[in-house]
Ligand binder design. Structure first.
Ligand SMILES: [Zn+2]
Length: 345
């Protein structure tokens, strides 16, 4: 089957192209459709946009299309024409080959061309920057400074609050800010995946699974070396929104994330239900009920009994410190934001 595809580049990295020849380049794309026929295990691959698993398809660009596709950073909207679609082992691949009549098939759409309706689907996916919905715009401002009580304790309580719009447009790439925001979404979706275990030998992180620990010992899936509990790290992100409706994805990782969740050392939550419950309860102080209800077994039942309004309650405002930095992705510097100096108590 041949088709045209309109969507966003998810990942474009050397990881997808090891051993490839110069006339062939692979990258992954999404149009935010979730396809149940795709492989769930692909969700283990955390890419820079946190779009995973059943929403992602692979694209192989051949010949004249290989070169331009190398230069497409994640997040770029692409229009790929006349792809041959293959389905194999629960993955879908688009093959783009040179065509004598239309040699160049992978392009960024021209600014004046009307964009197909990708946004309605994107808005249902966590961690994608979308337009604020109209409700958010008419909601009241966060409470006045004098009576506002954040559920967090921060290292710089006297630093002025910076609006997210200014954070994103700040001229210096490395900086520290205090922001006041609320959580709109977080990733991964499952609480068990908020933790990874890191192997110094492989320089790789693995997502804990129910059977990762055998006889109480965790063994690296890559090199079989024994990994001590101290090598569990928190690794998750939250999409934050401020009172202007501007949104920013903030990463919680490592020591800073452990400080964010004091007293809750990262562990395999498949085998440590007490920590799992405590973590769900702690994060419940700042996450919207629509997210945390999925982490409690009673959640879906309550939902069905008609607590729809409680489910759509927005999350509370909280203060946090974030630091910005830059990472290089396919030759482009991309700015990232990480939470630090903040404790949710
Ligand atoms: Zn290893």
């Amino acid at each position: 089957m041949f088709c045209d595809f309109y969507g966003e580049v998810v990942e474009n990295s050397p990881r997808l192209n090891s051993g490839h020849q110069s006339n062939w380049h692979s990258f992954t794309v999404t149009d935010y459709t979730e396809n149940p026929a795709l492989r769930e295990s692909d969700a283990d691959t955390i890419n820079s946009n946190n779009i995973v698993g059943r929403r992602v398809i692979k694209c192989d660009a051949w010949d004249i299309n290989a070169g331009p596709s190398r230069a497409l950073p994640p997040g770029t909207l692409v229009f790929i024409r006349n792809c041959f679609v293959t389905e194999w082992d629960n993955t879908i691949e688009l093959k783009v080959r040179a065509d004598p009549q239309f040699p160049d098939k992978t392009s960024e759409p021209a600014p004046e061309s009307p964009a197909p309706p990708i946004n309605p689907r994107a808005s249902s996916v966590p961690l994608v920057h979308t337009e604020p919905d109209p409700v958010a715009l008419v909601e009241p401002e966060p409470e006045l400074e004098s009576i506002f009580q954040s559920p967090t304790v921060i290292r710089f309580p006297n630093r002025p609050i910076t609006p997210i719009k200014e954070v994103m447009g700040f001229p210096k790439p490395i900086w520290k800010f205090r922001i006041r925001a609320r959580v709109v979404a977080c990733a991964p979706v499952e609480l068990e995946r908020f933790v990874r275990i890191y192997c110094h030998n492989c320089q790789e992180g693995a997502t804990p699974t129910p059977d990762l620990a055998q006889n109480g010992t965790v063994v690296c899936p890559g090199c079989a070396s024994v990994l001590p509990d101290s090598q569990y790290v928190y690794s998750f992100s939250m999409l934050l929104e401020d009172s202007s409706g501007d949104r920013l994805r903030v990463i919680a990782y490592g020591r800073d994330a452990a400080q964010f969740l004091p007293g809750l050392a990262p562990t395999n939550m498949h085998s440590n239900n007490a920590t799992r419950q405590s973590l769900a309860q702690r994060l419940g102080k700042i996450l919207p009920p629509s997210i945390t209800c999925k982490w409690h077994q009673t959640g879906p039942k309550r939902h069905r009994k008609g607590t729809q309004s409680a489910m759509s309650t927005p999350a509370p405002w909280f203060d946090c410190c974030i630091k910005s930095y830059e990472v290089e992705i396919v030759g482009e510097l991309v700015r990232r934001y990480q939470i630090f100096g903040t404790s949710l108590t």
